[in-house]
Design a protein around this ligand. Structure first.
Ligand SMILES: NC(=O)c1ccc[n+]([C@@H]2O[C@H](COP(=O)([O-])OP(=O)(O)OC[C@H]3O[C@@H](n4cnc5c(N)ncnc54)[C@H](OP(=O)(O)O)[C@@H]3O)[C@@H](O)[C@H]2O)c1
Length: 362
């Protein structure tokens, strides 16, 4: 029987890739509802092609979940907007195919606890977490289960557009930050990739998805974006997942894993690629990785403040209100002043978010 889906953020980069997968496999999937924020015509057009209901506006994602049923809810909005619909979908017993990593960064404790209670699964959509999931699935069929044989997770990072740029990034323009060398993505995640905040978020996402402590999650820069991540096991063996950089591979696996659906997508040709390169990230050029570690050490709501400050700063940068280096500076300013508070409820996460926006707007 076809799996029923809800797609939140249907007009975005992930959402449109998901639509492409669904339309290529009409017997495997049906879509009951789709949601977007502002793109009314595009959302309605996609809904018509899918035979789904369209929801547009601030509360569209929550309404789409509350008024429709599905086996899997694909959460592919941006930032904090993913949190309430994720909780609503969990409460209705849907598995969550999670693209919106900020949900885990801000509220990992809350949403994983609610998912355990409801008996639903998180299905990773990020290519790195999909890679880890695929490496773990081969481990005696454990998938997202036992972690006892896992030594380290190694997340790969493309390094973004400024990997080899001159060290002074103070004159970086919006167009330069949006010019990602490998991946075509929405603006927020593209800027986050350029600062490597995105990779920091992925460390936190992996911590909650796979129940592996942050100090056992490494990052390695891999400019070709062919190896999507690796798992080192306690016997010294390391598994990796490789594919050409195409998000549809990861999105499709989230919707079908551990089963695989065939596709005509480009196959990996290692002899044509020739060489794969790896190096350590530069902590001076990419201070956001340090800020993520500091937020983890601070605990409580610090990672919610981190994500909220980054959401404010990236939108301010995209709107021309602050410069590029002020993205990390804004985050650091909030982290160093953040009050200590637990972050185990929706109210606490929203309060941390509001505190951060007041601090930055004030
Ligand atoms: N793109 C990638 O390859 C990629 C890879 C890994 C992870 N991710 C993660 O996936 C998420 C989506 O990324 P993206 O690149 O697809 O973003 P995007 O292209 O900017 O698309 C965002 C989508 O979310 C919708 N949206 C935003 N706020 C909403 C709200 N409050 N309610 C309902 N819909 C809302 C937008 O609607 P409108 O069109 O109406 O504005 C749009 O459909 C991000 O968290 C990102 O970090 C993306």
């Amino acid at each position: 029987m076809a799996k029923k889906l809800i797609i939140l953020g249907v007009t975005g980069s992930i959402g449109r890739n998901a639509v492409d997968i669904v339309l290529s496999h009409p017997d495997e999937f049906s879509v009951t509802a789709v949601a977007a924020l502002r793109s009314k015509d595009a959302c309605e057009d996609l809904a018509r092609r899918l035979g789904a209901k369209a929801y547009v506006g601030e509360d569209a994602a929550v309404r789409a979940v509350e008024e429709n049923d599905a086996d899997i809810c694909l959460v592919a909005t941006v930032g904090l907007s993913g949190l309430k619909p994720t909780l609503a979908a969990i409460a209705k017993g849907m598995d969550i195919a999670l693209a919106t990593k900020e949900v885990m960064v801000m509220a990992g404790e809350l949403v994983t606890r609610e998912a355990r209670r409801a008996g639903v699964r998180f299905l990773p959509v990020d290519s790195e977490h999909s890679a880890v999931d695929q490496c773990l699935a081969g481990e005696r069929g454990l998938g997202l289960g036992s972690r006892s044989s896992v030594d380290r997770l190694i997340l790969t990072a493309s390094g973004g557009p400024f990997l080899d740029a001159p060290a002074d990034l103070s004159t970086v323009t919006v167009a330069q930050a949006l010019n990602h060398p490998r991946w075509k993505m929405g603006p927020k995640v593209t800027v986050d990739s350029s600062t490597m905040m995105n990779k920091g978020f992925e460390i936190l996402e992996a911590r909650w998805l796979f129940d592996v402590p942050v100090d056992r999650i490494d990052v390695v820069v891999h400019p070709e974006s062919i190896v999507h991540s690796l798992v080192t096991f306690t016997d010294g063996s390391t598994l990796a997942q490789l594919s050409p950089p195409d998000m549809r591979v990861a999105i499709q696996y989230a919707l079908t894993g551990p089963d695989r659906l065939s596709s005509e997508r480009q196959r990996l040709d290692l002899s044509a690629i020739g060489a794969l390169h790896f190096r350590a990230p530069d902590p001076v050029r990419f201070p956001c990785l340090r800020l993520v570690k500091e937020a983890c050490q601070a605990g409580g709501c610090a990672t919610a403040v981190l994500a909220a400050a980054d959401e404010w700063a990236v939108s301010a940068f995209l709107a021309g209100r602050i410069g590029y280096v002020q993205i990390a500076e804004s985050v650091e300013k909030c982290l160093s002043a953040a009050p200590q508070m637990a972050c185990d409820s929706l109210e606490a996460v929203l309060e941390a978010n509001d505190w951060t926006w007041r601090k930055l707007e004030g």
